[in-house]
Write a protein that binds this ligand. Structure first.
Ligand code: SF4
Length: 417
């Protein structure tokens, strides 16, 4: 049970004679009501701290009540965390200093990480490296699209893990190895960081950054809830991507989210797929297609198939025809998103020529498969699809390096095209 759940479910004994009430946050430990005038300082558990990011408004209200504050302080906290982007407890400027002090003493923090580095590509795409509590870095990307039918979009491409264990052949993240799953607040804070940098709201979220979301489904679902309910990003504006992890698509379908499932296919048959996505060995293509069909039946949301085009590997017209046949066999309401490979250092794969991409796309369209070719964004900032990687995936920042960034400044480095 989470500390928040403990706070919600454990009735607190209120002793009116004593004002001092300390709700200790001890990383999974029970909340306690202290009746001593000067409470002993509560220790924060660094492994599992109590954080505000991720909480709902009723939970903020309960937190305020538990600290002897009035209920409306909860609404203020909600606003300060999600709208005003407070980063530290001390930034919660609309609530009394005494309340802030008590929160800090009880081990609460906001749950925001400093921006370690920011790189801006010529097309306006911004890649951020956030420095997590344990000195690991996680990447997140903001992709602005202006004036599409008059409504500017800002897409956040967010990570669900530090690194990834699945080792897809073309993916920089997979090559860098796996470190750990992200907590839900570490997923949500990526969106807050992008809103802060762009000074506007994120309109779309895609779980297509570092990591396989289905290997961290519990935290991904908690983050999805927060993004939808607290940050008010429509479920239909959120896409959850996967290369396919057995049993998880059906599990996701039970939640009946109105979000798009993006299945990273990359090949039209099992044999070729296993060479590109090694984890495919444990999840046959037919089983994946059946589960995708089930997702559509349960949620009414179409499944999008991501297909990275690798020159000379999976990009021929014959491959396109085989892909069309596969999709037609399993139903309709499918969409194919073609992603011409983005170069990564040390990769044996090459990006296909434009005419190859167009021929592939035309072969699908002529067979009544809806298809789009993803516009490459952020290439010069190494923020394009498949390029997310950093050398700290496995190893935390060295202490000496970490010290340099204790007071991080948001450095926006323009990268030449
Ligand atoms: S493509 Fe996705 S699942 Fe595959 S290694 Fe990269 S991050 Fe992991």
């Amino acid at each position: 049970m989470t500390p928040i759940a403990v706070l919600r479910h454990a009735p607190l004994v209120r002793v009116v004679q004593f004002r001092a009430l300390t709700i200790a946050c001890s990383g999974g430990g029970a909340a306690t009501a202290s009746t001593v005038a000067v409470p002993p300082p509560a220790k924060k558990n660094k492994q599992d701290p109590c954080v505000l990011v991720g909480m709902s408004e009723p939970e903020f209200q309960q937190l305020a009540l538990d600290f002897g504050q009035q209920k409306y302080r909860g609404k203020q906290l909600h606003n300060l965390v999600y709208k005003m982007k407070a980063k530290e407890i001390q930034d919660l400027i609309h609530v009394p200093q005494a309340f802030r002090t008590e929160l800090m003493e009880a081990g609460w923090n906001v749950g925001r990480s400093p921006i370690y580095k920011s790189v801006t590509a010529a097309d306006g795409t911004v890649k951020l490296l956030l420095k997590l509590d344990d000195d690991r870095l996680v990447e997140t990307v903001g992709i602005p699209v202006d004036n599409i039918k008059g409504s500017p979009r800002l897409t956040a491409c967010i990570s669900s893990q530090v690194g990834c264990p699945l080792k897809c052949a073309f993916c920089a993240t997979g090559k860098g190895g796996f470190s750990r799953n992200l907590k839900s607040h570490e997923i949500v804070e990526q969106v807050l960081a992008i809103e802060e940098v762009f000074k506007r709201r994120v309109t779309n979220v895609v779980f297509m950054g570092m990591g396989e979301p289905m290997l961290n489904l519990k935290e991904v679902l908690a983050a999805h809830r927060c993004l939808n309910k607290e940050i008010e990003i429509g479920q239909r504006m959120i896409t959850i991507s996967t290369v396919g992890v057995p049993n998880t698509i059906r599990r996701l379908a039970t939640h009946k989210l109105q979000s798009t499932l993006a299945l990273s296919l990359h090949a039209p048959n099992q044999k070729l797929r296993e060479t590109i996505v090694p984890s495919a060995k444990s999840y046959p293509l037919d089983a994946i297609m059946e589960d995708c069909k089930h997702y559509f039946t349960e949620t009414g949301r179409r499944v999008s198939f991501e297909y990275t085009l690798l020159a000379g590997i999976n990009d021929s017209v014959d491959h396109a025809i085989e892909l069309a046949q596969l999709l037609q066999k399993w139903g309709h309401s499918y969409h194919v998103n073609l992603i011409p490979f983005n170069h990564i250092e040390g990769s044996e794969f090459k990006r296909p020529y434009k005419k190859t991409v167009l021929a592939f796309s035309a072969a699908l369209e002529s067979r009544k498969i809806t298809v789009s070719v993803r516009q490459t964004r952020g290439l010069d900032a190494k923020a394009a699809c498949g390029q997310l990687r950093n050398e700290f995936q496995k190893t935390p920042l060295l202490e000496a390096v970490a010290e340099e960034v204790q007071e991080p400044e948001l450095e926006m480095t323009a990268v030449a095209a």
